[in-house]
Design a protein around this ligand. Structure first.
Ligand code: NDP
Length: 454
């Protein structure tokens, strides 16, 4: 990024702003599109909001995002409001005009584009919205705008659901929304629904929680969309999938609310391949997986389990995963079906994991990075760390191990040296970080990984 006299400034007003993903979205867009913009977080206290909006205008700031707790209060300082933002009663994007900033709600537009990307149509469909907070308002507006059939809003505080139903029915002039108490879900007509999970239940670190536990409820779900994206697969999504429904998280909503804001600020259309580049970065960043690669004996399992304990993550070993899925040992798969068959299984595992795991240490089979498509899948899965080991150390560590199918050779040492020399460039190609493990304790290595990951 080359900041100069012509650089446009974009930013985020909110409090707190430390954990925002918005700079990643917008600065990646500027880099990829070659636009001379810079996006920065601007922590703003409630009592300084008016001064911040006026000051930003005076400073020629091109555009702003607005987040918690200012999405409602900021509206009084704007020169104009988009219709959607007016109906929803919340603004997350300010676009510079000649008379001041105009407010938009790109959360709602972002969700709309997410649904398009998954080919989910709302027109004439029966919908359930769980929650009646700020995000649920955007969902309700979109469902009304897209002419969903019947819409049920279920909320713990039923008054809030009733108010939202009344506002939206009034705004659109149709009596489409019914408000219900969350605990009344058993009274819903027995149909198949598109269900939006718009409460804050299930967010990391409470990833084991879900707004409705009862599996009977999930038999009503045809498509579940959780607005939460951290964890990547929420418990709500798991329960939907277990009952045979399709399920999606809210990461694309986050992506597209940013993309649409960027389009409004710059009067451009962001090409889909560039939006996809940003999505991959977001996915990698939010999932927080650590993928360990390297030669057999490099310590992927030992280091992985030690990291699991310190970081309080899950641990997944791809070889164990394959053995559990197939009911066969790796040695048996090699002996009965051959190496090519095993490599296909590895690619399938990596593909399956793309839509599920987060906050997980993934220890991989030593040959996994050799396939071109696996390298790509590994790098999308998380931060890839290559545990680099030399042939002498491998010989020492595996002296007693006679089970490894690929090391069945008379001259084992030479075989290890040849394999290492061949594989090292593949390991390096897909790694974000290389750690030399020889002579280091498990603690040295886990400390080094944690230090760099910070
Ligand atoms: P709000 O605080 O405005 O609303 C929270 C909602 O969750 C309310 O309906 C509230 O019910 C319900 N809720 C909270 N705690 C409980 C509980 N213990 N039991 C039952 N219900 C509960 O939050 P938002 O609407 O702004 O956000 C909701 C979710 O959507 C968040 O998880 C957020 O991360 C996500 N989101 C995702 C976006 C994306 O880009 N993907 C964008 C915006 C939000 P009650 O009214 O009874 O308190």
């Amino acid at each position: 990024m080359n900041v100069n006299g012509k650089t446009n400034v974009l930013g985020l007003l909110g409090d707190p702003v430390e954990h925002t993903m918005s700079p990643l979205i917008h600065n990646t867009l500027s880099d990829s599109l070659g636009m001379n913009n810079i996006y920065i977080p601007l922590q703003t206290k409630a009592d300084g909001l008016e001064a911040a909006v006026k000051g930003a205008y005076a400073l020629n700031i091109l555009g702003l995002n607005v987040t918690v707790p200012h999405k409602y209060h900021v509206m009084q300082y704007l020169s104009e409001l988009d219709d959607g933002a007016k109906a929803i009663g919340a603004v997350n994007t300010l676009v510079r005009t000649e008379t001041g900033y105009k407010g938009y709600n790109t959360d709602m537009m972002g969700l709309s584009r997410e649904l398009d990307s998954y080919h989910i149509q709302l027109e004439g469909r029966q919908v359930i919205i769980l929650g009646a907070g700020g995000a649920a308002k955007a969902v309700a507006y979109l469902c009304m705008y897209r002419r969903a059939g019947r819409i049920y809003i279920l909320n713990r505080t039923v008054d809030k659901a009733e108010k939202l139903a009344e506002d939206m029915n009034g705004f659109f002039g149709r009596d489409t929304i019914t408000a219900m108490s969350l605990s009344d879900y058993r009274n819903l007509p027995k149909e198949r629904y598109i269900v939006f999970q718009a409460t804050s239940i299930g967010l990391q670190p409470d990833a084991d929680k879900v707004i409705i536990e009862d599996t009977d409820f999930y038999s009503l779900v045809e498509t579940g969309i959780d607005l939460i994206y951290n964890p990547f697969e929420t418990r709500f999504m798991k329960l939907c999938r277990e009952s045979g429904a399709s399920a999606y998280n809210g990461l694309k909503m986050l992506l597209y609310q940013g993309v649409i804001a960027y389009e409004l600020w710059n009067h451009i259309q962001v090409p889909e391949d560039i939006a996809d580049q940003v999505y991959r970065k977001l996915k990698k960043k939010t999932r927080k997986n650590i993928v360990l690669i390297g030669f057999m004996g490099s310590g992927k399992t030992t280091i992985g389990k030690a990291l699991q304990e310190t970081l309080q993550y899950q641990f997944l070993d791809t070889d164990t995963y394959i053995e559990e899925q197939t009911g066969q040992t790796i040695a048996n798969i090699f002996a009965e079906k051959g190496e090519a068959y095993f490599r296909n299984l590895e690619t399938k595992v990596l593909t399956d994991l793309q839509e599920t795991v987060s906050h997980t240490i993934i220890s991989t089979g030593g040959g996994m990075p050799l396939r071109e498509e696996n390298a790509e899948l590994l790098s999308m899965l998380g931060e890839v760390i290559y545990l680099n080991i030399d042939a002498g150390e491998v010989r020492k560590r595996l002296a007693e191990d006679t089970d490894r199918p690929l090391l069945q050779s008379k001259n084992r040492e030479e075989k290890v040296r040849d394999m290492l020399a061949y594989r090292a460039p593949f390991y390096r190609r897909c790694s974000d970080l290389v750690i030399d493990v020889a002579g280091k304790s498990v603690k040295d290595i886990t400390d080094e990984i944690q230090h760099v990951m910070k």
